[in-house]
Design a protein around this ligand. Structure first.
Ligand SMILES: [Zn+2]
Length: 344
């Protein structure tokens, strides 16, 4: 892989860089969908505005001046490689890598999508009878003060379901069939009652016997009971559990998108948005939100896949595309604040 990248750079350096043509950026994915560069840049600038507002109001400084500067200039200059058909592939960009930056979240979710797809393809390649389940585990909503504790509880209690080191009888059936999991924490904000809704999205890889054998199979009722007992609460927590048809790695990847979404918060009124931003900035600071277990972890390590959360490279999100792309030129686009779009 490293040698491919190197050869690639050598070829790129000989390419002519096209600038100042006035062309408006249009970048399409392999499925023909326009990539939402300008939407994410607009969201990014709203986040900058909110951080500035929180500072002006003499609230605690949520981020340092230099981080704010990075955020403001995140992806304001993009260089694309272009092939003979006019198809683009990002070559370089100045991503800020801030956790709440909508632009960087989008890049991370693309990366995550590619990774999960690669891992599940590999799992199925080794044993095509492997089945996947997609689950969402919730708890009752909490207020800002209790959010951090609640996230910790969710993560700890989840271990009762999957960890071999934790004795927890109700999870016996699941553990007997479990091959691995991918877990992501998501926090959403409820505008009506101004509470936070932390929850877990999980993909379980299970043995085919989980479905074939009625003594192994778990009904939704059993899942709810299992989660309720793990949490040790007196209410029935909401759960969503779905089997993903075997062989559909794409569906698995689809549900593994990056979990902390800033975009809905940016649409709130200034006061409320600043307040929510404050809570999330503190709660999310230096925490892990995605974790791999069992076969997911082993294959990720074997394939030497980068860690999506700490990974510095948000330019290359698709391994395959990089190897196939035949660039003929490079084109530079800058974000234009007046027109709200990227222009060459
Ligand atoms: Zn960014």
């Amino acid at each position: 892989m490293a040698s491919i990248q190197k050869n690639y750079q050598d070829v790129n350096s000989e390419l002519e860089l096209i600038m100042n043509t006035g062309e408006i950026l249009q970048d399409f994915s392999s499925t023909g969908k326009e990539r939402p560069w300008k939407i994410h840049k607009q969201e990014n600038l709203r986040l900058v505005e909110l951080y500035k507002m929180s500072k002006e109001r003499n609230l605690i400084s949520l981020i340092s001046d230099s981080r704010l500067h990075d955020l403001e200039h995140c992806a304001d200059t993009l260089v694309f490689l272009q092939n003979a058909e006019g198809k683009k592939k990002l070559k370089s960009a100045n991503f800020c890598r801030l956790r709440l930056c909508p632009m960087c979240q989008w890049r991370r979710s693309l990366k995550m999508f590619g990774q999960v797809q690669t891992i599940t393809d590999k799992i199925l390649e080794r044993d095509k009878s492997t089945r996947f389940l997609f689950a969402t585990f919730t708890v009752k909503n909490v207020d800002a003060e209790n959010l951090e504790t609640c996230i910790n509880i969710l993560n700890n209690k989840f271990l009762y379901l999957v960890s071999k080191n934790k004795t927890f009888a109700p999870a016996k059936k699941l553990k007997q069939n479990l091959l691995g999991y991918l877990k992501a924490v998501e926090v959403t904000y409820n505008t009506k009652d101004k509470t936070y809704h932390p929850h877990l999205h999980v993909i379980f890889a299970v043995k085919s016997t989980f479905f074939k054998n009625s003594s192994n199979y778990m009904s939704k009722k059993e899942w709810i009971s299992l989660w309720q007992q793990a949490l040790g609460v007196d209410y029935k927590p909401q759960i969503d559990i779905r089997a993903i048809k075997s062989g559909t790695a794409k569906a698995v990847a689809e549900v593994a998108k990056y979990p902390v979404k800033t975009a809905p918060i940016l649409k709130l009124d200034d006061d409320e948005a600043v307040e929510v931003l404050k809570t999330l900035t503190f709660c999310l600071h230096k925490k892990r939100f995605v974790s791999y277990g069992g076969i997911f972890k082993t294959i990720k390590q074997e394939l030497k896949l980068q860690d999506v959360e700490t990974d510095k490279d948000l330019v290359n999100t698709d391994i395959e595309q990089q190897e196939r792309f035949n660039a003929v030129t490079a084109v530079l686009f800058k974000y234009n604040f007046k027109f709200g779009c990227y222009i060459c």
